[in-house]
Structure formats: C-alpha cells, structure tokens
Design a protein around this ligand. Structure first.
Ligand code: AMP
Length: 400
C-alpha cells in the first residue's frame, strides 16, 4: 500500500531534490501533482525547480558535511539526486541511518564518477564498452593513448555536459587534451578516463524504469551531441529488434546491479549492430525531454511513479517525436524570449522555458518538442521552431 500525505502537515510525503535544474523542475511538478511536499536544493537561488517547490535551500552539494546536515535537519522521506555533482558519501551515510535515497546511495555514488560505473559494467558485469584506461598524470595519459590507440576520447572522471572532454586524433594533441581536461574537471579530482573512439552509426538513450511491477522500457531515443552536449533528440531511433533486445538486456543487468526504484538513462553506441555500453544516469536524462510530447507518461512522471512505489501498467508511445534545446549565449540576469508565438504556431508542438535566473557564457534555457508523421519531420520541425525563438531585450544575449 502506498500512502501520500498532505504537504505542510505531519502526514506530508516529503521529497528532497538534490539539483534543481530543468529536469528537476519537471520532477518537482510531477511530485506536486501527486500532492508531495517538495524541497529543492541547489548551489544557487531561484533555480528552476525551486520556483515550483514548497521550500528551497542553497548549499554546496559537493560539501559532504553541509549536505549531510541539511538532509538530517529536513529529514525527508525520499532524497532524489537530480545531478551528478553531489558528495555521495553523505548519501551513503544518511542511507545507512535509514533515509531512502533514490534509486540507492550506491547507484548515485558509482555514477557520479566515471571510474565507478565503468568498473562495475566492464569488469564486474563483463559488458562491452570502448577500451579504456584511467590516468592521473601527463605521462600516464601518453602511455594510455598508446595502449588504447588513436583516435581516443579524454574525459575527466568527474564532469558532465562535455566539460573537459576532447578527442585526441594525433599524438601532438595529448598536452592540449590534458590541459583542457584539468580545466573541466569537477571537484578538483585530476583523474581522467581515456576511451577508444567508437565510430558508431548512432547512439541511443534507453530509458529504463525499475518499479514495483518490474522493469519497463521507453522506445529508444536517438540523439546528436556537439561538444559533449545534446543538440537534438528523437524517438524512436530506428533500430533492429535484435540490437534493441541486446540493449534492453544490458540495461536490465546494469539497473539490477545498481538497484532501487527509479528511471535510468542508459546510453549506448551502436556500430554495425555491435552494442557498446557508454554510461548511465540513475535519473531522468536530458535527451529524454522528448518524452514530454512522445508518451502518455513522460520520463519525469515515470521516475516519480517508480520512486513512490506506484504502478506503471503501460507506456504508450504517441508517435515520432523530437526535441531541440533553446541555447542562449551572453551575459544577462533578465533574458526575455520573444516570438514564442511563432515557435508554437504549428500543431503537436510544445515549449518549456526553464526560468533560469541568469546566463553567463552559454546555457540551455528552454526546449522545443514536436510530434510529426515521421522522425525526420519531427526533427526538422523541432530545429526550425527552436530557431525561431529570439532572445533579448538587449545585445547582451544571443541565440547559439
Ligand atoms: P559522455 O559525457 O560520456 O556521455 O560523452 C558525450 C558524448 O561524446 C557522447 O554522447 C558521444 O557522442 C561522445 N563520446 C563519448 N565517448 C565516446 C567514445 N568513446 N567514442 C565516440 N564518441 C564518444
């Protein structure tokens, strides 16, 4: 039996979101719809999920003591990590003291660092990944490049959104890749992963949900990345039944190994029907924003149902769909979006503007989602309509 209380009362079902960006905002909205009390946490004020939460806290979530103390003082029923950059040791501590961490503290801990998840998947489970080495010095990087072969991809073990990631095509790129990776690493760790470059035909995110009734999958989501950040996603990615079945089987094994209930974004590369596991986020995935229009239950609703122990009897796909982010470049605390009416002038089209309080450099500030007769039409429409959104009011900001 699942019971949900009344927000603000002694019976409240209190959920603490660690990370309050655009994905956390959609999770918060779904939790609100079910009458949960939402406590949003991030490193800055007025983050998107905070704008739709009952309560908000601004802390450095990479600081183990601050995070531990905040969770202890709020004492939520559920702690839901929405980003990787969290002192996951604090999650291990509170879980050992009886707090429910989604999906498990171990899953958050293993996936916040590329080393943990890579060793679990490749060494322990024996699943195919790109060849890889971990390095901590320039000399080790040189040796690893020789072992893995060219071209190869260098990434900080702790980073996201492509920060510090580069491809080494020739030996003379090694020093530049080393410097760039150290600039992009999160939390000061100087450990890098060197991965053999997989010349894949396509890459997918397979949204995999572990819930009270078993394991469910959404149709595979194809995506296109630039500089390690997603520029387009679409669903379904056309692929053969056998390849999809293999991805589903790997996703089941990896999610079983991580445990708990929730939605997992499993990332795969497919090259001539050979499947390579790439990585997993034990939470909604940015490429999964397309599910806001493609399914009866979005990835956010699915995550919330799973973590609350609610059933997921079926996931209906509505038809070929796509998403395209609205990227903004510049320096502003007051971005204004215009021509939103133009962007929404076609049927089966929707937009989310995340309400991010500022942009410094470049930032994903919104997303267009479309549903059309074919994936090609949905992709073309999403890119075209996202391109219609203008930003202002001054020249301090422009579209990327
Ligand atoms: P990641 O942050 O590991 O998800 O990497 C971001 C993107 O970079 C992926 O979605 C791929 O498009 C690309 N990428 C990462 N690793 C590799 C690899 N070993 N071979 C080819 N492309 C890669």
């Amino acid at each position: 039996m699942v019971a949900i209380g009344t927000p603000g009362s002694s019976s409240a079902t209190r959920v603490m979101l660690l990370g309050s960006g655009e994905l956390g905002k959609e999770v918060a909205i779904e939790l609100q719809r079910l009458g949960c009390e939402v406590i949003a946490v991030d490193r800055y004020a007025h983050a998107p999920a905070m704008q739709v939460a009952h309560k908000a806290h601004v802390i450095n979530m990479l600081d183990e003591q601050s995070l531990y103390e905040l969770i202890r003082s709020e004492s939520p029923d559920l702690v839901v990590p929405e980003i990787e950059a969290i002192a996951t040791e604090a999650l291990l501590s509170v879980e050992s003291e009886g707090t429910h961490v989604v999906p498990t503290a171990r899953a958050a801990n293993l996936t916040m660092n590329r080393r943990g998840i890579r060793e679990l998947v490749a060494s322990d489970l024996g699943i195919r990944t790109s060849p890889y080495r971990f390095v901590e010095s320039l000399e080790e990087l040189q040796a690893a490049v020789a072992a893995v072969g060219l071209p190869c991809v260098v990434k900080p073990v702790m980073s996201s959104s492509g920060k510090g990631q580069s491809t080494i095509k020739q030996e003379s790129d090694v020093q530049t890749a080393w410097n760039y990776a150290l600039e992009g690493t999160r939390g000061g760790a100087d450990s890098l992963i060197v991965e053999g470059f997989v010349d894949f035909d396509y890459e997918i995110t397979l949204l995999t949900i572990r819930h009270a009734g078993g394991v469910s999958f959404c149709d595979p989501i194809g995506h296109r990345q630039e500089s390690g950040d997603y520029r387009e996603s679409w669903q379904p990615q056309p692929m053969g039944d056998a390849v999809l079945a293999e991805c589903q089987s790997i996703a089941t094994r990896v999610s079983d190994a991580l445990g708990g209930f929730g939605l997992f974004g499993m990332e795969f590369f497919v090259q001539s029907d050979v499947v390579y596991f790439s990585e997993v986020s034990p939470r909604p995935h940015d490429t999964g924003l397309v599910t806001l229009i493609s399914q009866n239950l979005s990835e956010f609703q699915l995550h919330v149902r799973a973590i609350l122990g609610l059933p997921i009897p079926s996931i209906e796909q509505y038809g070929p769909s796509a998403s395209c982010p609205v990227l903004v470049r510049g320096d502003s605390n007051a971005v204004e979006f215009s021509d939103v009416d133009q962007a929404l002038s076609e049927p089966h089209t929707d937009i989310r503007l995340f309400g991010k309080p500022e942009v410094r450099g470049s930032r994903r500030m919104g997303v267009i989602v479309t549903r059309r007769e074919t994936v090609e039409k949905a992709r073309a429409a999403a890119v075209r309509l996202a391109g219609l959104v203008q930003v202002g009011p001054s020249d301090d900001v422009s579209r990327l």
